[in-house]
Design a protein around this ligand. Structure first.
Ligand SMILES: Nc1ncnc2c1ncn2[C@@H]1O[C@H](COP(=O)(O)OP(=O)(O)OP(=O)(O)O)[C@@H](O)[C@H]1O
Length: 673
């Protein structure tokens, strides 16, 4: 027996993989059988060119083998039959595939003996069907891999999305240029502002808005929501057009509106967009009324001013060209009753009557009411949440401090000042009256302190804000007016002198520090009176990873009705003031502000209703904090003018005021009203 015979015998019955070993078969000059039937295909091959065909017929496929075995069994039964049917189907398919493969492999040259083609040849001739299948599979696989990558990015940045056909998040600002046509000049403005990488909310919300999707976005305080809605607006509008306002942004306070306005102006520098903010109603009516030239593109406003203009006859503003309506601090604007803006918002939505209007709602907190409204009213809504909903920002170190009584608060506050703190500090109180009282207590401590609330004139408010930004004021006492959206760079400490009226207000208040990745600290005083809300605030603190005593978490949960009541009407607290009332009145210090006259705003009664959030008091006679008297004005104890001494009374308090003023002179407050 020669080597060939031996090899052939050894190889008898073995399957030969022609796909893999086509070259070898070629080398050994295999001959193709003329039989078309696959079963005879291999038996016709003379592997070794001996002219003899001793090779045992080879079973065609494993399936066929199985089939044969089954039929030999003679097994019956439904399941078996089903299995058989399946197997037959599979076999048929495989056979077809094999046949077509064979046909391709044979090059269609029948009757000339088998001409084995190499695998390279077969590839080149294209195993078309297999190729197509392969393409499909690889496309599917690629898609799957891409989705996995997108999911990983979202998980990494804690981006949660709900909705269909959500575009992929972007990871750089330049992607916005290449994929969505962001104006290169805007990109340049971004980088000049030092903004290089998008924050998580920007990564996901910007592509969504670029695709024209209506959106409910919820992301922590200081996480860059403003940019997340400003960039898509600028891209969508492309360039200035004299069509009237095409984008509208509503903010709950005048301070926030002007901050957003500034941001838009900065971003669109060099592009030419006309970004406006509603100022005085009378001027606005002329500027934007029916006879205006419509040379404006983007409007930022508080709801009250806007509604005031819309309600004029004829309306002093036309919003029918609006293509994007953005509601910032959406949960605040959806609040109804006192302090809320629901009715005004409804009027604004109605006025944006154009067929192409898209809406986006943003906030750091989200309430079920807003979510439900969005589900019912927005088109193909997508909701985006970054991290946990309604959670405090994790970059703030939060503390709760029991201070016993109202007097205890003042002592604790003085203690903070005495021990030393790093300015700037924001101090929140629950009412305008308490803001004044605290101011008059602290102004004698010799620190740069000022106060802001809705009863101060717009000019005073603007001055206070810019002084605080520039570092002239170190401690700023405020009401809820500054709780939302205001972006003071580098606030180091937020002090909740009065307990917040709920968890959401707490989240916004403490969010004035620890912004854009910076760290901050928040201290919250509490007394027995604050027990009902202690549990929910403690939960927020715990969720952010800060320690809270366990007993607080165990307090009884209060009914949501009680919560709502507390939100609207915080507990009555005894006065902060340590000076008898009659002395304050006599001195005109106005701690209680009793001498103030309430003056109706040009914005109508709603402003009055919403004081503390969106109010500007106007009129011929203005008195802020009871400080202005006739022509002589004092801004919360900081007196100006030549005849300051006239205002000084012979009270202990006024003597101290004088002392404070001397200190103030050492650090002149340029912006003081
Ligand atoms: N991509 C970015 N990279 C770095 N800083 C950014 C980026 N985007 C925004 N910022 C900065 O982060 C700060 C906070 O942004 P912004 O005021 O938009 O926060 P916010 O999410 O609207 O907060 P709030 O809920 O309190 O209104 C701003 O000073 C802004 O300039």
């Amino acid at each position: 027996m020669d080597a060939f015979d031996l090899f052939r015998k050894l190889g008898a019955g073995a399957k030969f993989d022609f796909k893999r070993f086509g070259r070898d078969a070629d080398r050994f000059k295999g001959v193709r059988s003329e039989q078309k039937d696959g079963s005879g295909l291999l038996s016709g091959i003379d592997f070794f060119g001996t002219g003899l065909n001793h090779v045992q017929p080879v079973k065609w496929t494993e399936e066929e083998a199985e089939k044969n075995e089954e039929s030999e069994d003679g097994a019956t039964g439904k399941r078996k039959r089903q299995d058989e049917a399946k197997t037959v189907k599979k076999t048929k398919k495989k056979k077809e595939d094999a046949l077509s493969d064979t046909e391709v492999a044979c090059g269609g040259q029948q009757g000339e003996g088998i001409l084995w083609t190499s695998s390279a040849d077969r590839k080149s001739k294209g195993l078309q069907k297999m190729g197509r299948d392969k393409d499909k599979t690889s496309m599917k696989r690629l898609k799957q891999l891409h989705q996995e990558k997108v999911n990983r990015v979202r998980a990494l940045h804690r981006i949660n999305v709900h909705g269909c056909d959500v575009p992929d998040p972007v990871s750089t600002f330049s992607e916005l240029q290449s994929e969505y046509g962001l104006n290169p000049r805007v990109l340049q403005n971004l980088s000049s502002a030092g903004l290089t990488t998008p924050t998580p909310i920007q990564m996901q919300a910007i592509p969504l808005m670029m695709h024209g999707r209506e959106l409910l976005a919820c992301a922590p305080t200081g996480s860059g929501k403003t940019l997340a809605f400003c960039l898509p607006l600028l891209t969508h509008l492309k360039q200035p057009a004299n069509l009237g306002f095409r984008a509208l942004i509503i903010s709950p306070t005048r301070e926030l509106a002007s901050q957003t306005h500034r941001e838009l102006v900065r971003l669109s520098e060099g592009v030419g967009f006309r970004v406006h903010i509603l100022d005085k109603a009378s001027i606005a009516a002329k500027k934007y009324g029916p006879n205006s030239n419509k040379k404006y593109d983007i409007l930022v406003s508080t709801p009250n001013r806007l509604v005031f203009l819309l309600k004029q006859d004829p309306p002093a503003l036309n919003l029918s060209s609006v293509e994007w309506l953005v509601v910032d601090e959406s949960d605040k604007l959806f609040e109804d009753g006192r302090g809320g803006f629901r009715d005004q918002l409804a009027a604004v939505f109605q006025a944006c009557s154009g067929p192409r209007v898209r809406r986006a709602l943003y906030s750091a907190t989200c309430v079920p009411d807003v979510e439900q409204w969005c589900r019912l009213n927005l088109d193909n809504l997508v909701s985006v949440n970054i991290g946990h909903r309604n959670a405090a920002v994790e970059t703030v170190k939060q503390e709760l401090l029991f201070v016993g009584t109202e007097n205890g608060k003042l002592l604790a506050m003085r203690d903070i000042i005495k021990k030393g703190f790093l300015p700037p500090m924001l101090v929140f109180v629950q009412s305008i009256e308490r803001a004044r009282e605290l101011f008059h207590e602290l102004v004698y401590e010799g620190i740069n302190v000022d106060v802001i609330h809705a009863d101060r004139t717009q000019q005073q408010r603007d001055n206070v804000i810019s002084s605080f930004r520039s570092g002239d004021i170190w401690v700023l006492i405020c009401t809820a007016l500054l709780a939302r959206g205001i972006d003071f760079k580098g606030v180091n400490l937020v002090l909740n002198y009065d307990f917040p009226t709920g968890a959401l207000e707490y989240i916004h208040r403490i969010g004035r520090t620890g912004r854009a990745g910076h760290t901050g600290r928040a201290v919250t005083f509490f007394t027995e009176d604050d027990k009902p809300l202690l549990r929910s605030i403690a939960n927020v603190i715990k969720q952010a990873g800060c320690p809270v005593p366990d007993f607080m978490l165990g307090f009884k949960k209060i009914h949501s009705k009680v919560k709502r009541q507390l939100q609207k009407k915080p507990p009555k607290r005894s006065t902060i003031s340590t000076t008898p009332h009659f002395l304050l009145k006599k001195g005109g210090g106005g701690a209680a502000g009793k001498g103030e006259k309430r003056i109706k705003s040009a914005d109508g009664p709603n402003v009055e209703k919403n004081k503390g959030v969106d109010g500007q008091k106007k009129g011929k006679k203005k008195k802020a904090d009871g400080q202005m008297k006739g022509k002589k004005k004092r801004a919360d104890g900081q007196m100006k003018g030549k005849k300051k001494a006239e205002n000084l009374q012979t009270t202990r308090k006024d003597a101290t005021v004088q002392g404070t003023r001397i200190k103030k002179k050492e650090r002149p407050n340029k912006q003081a009203a």
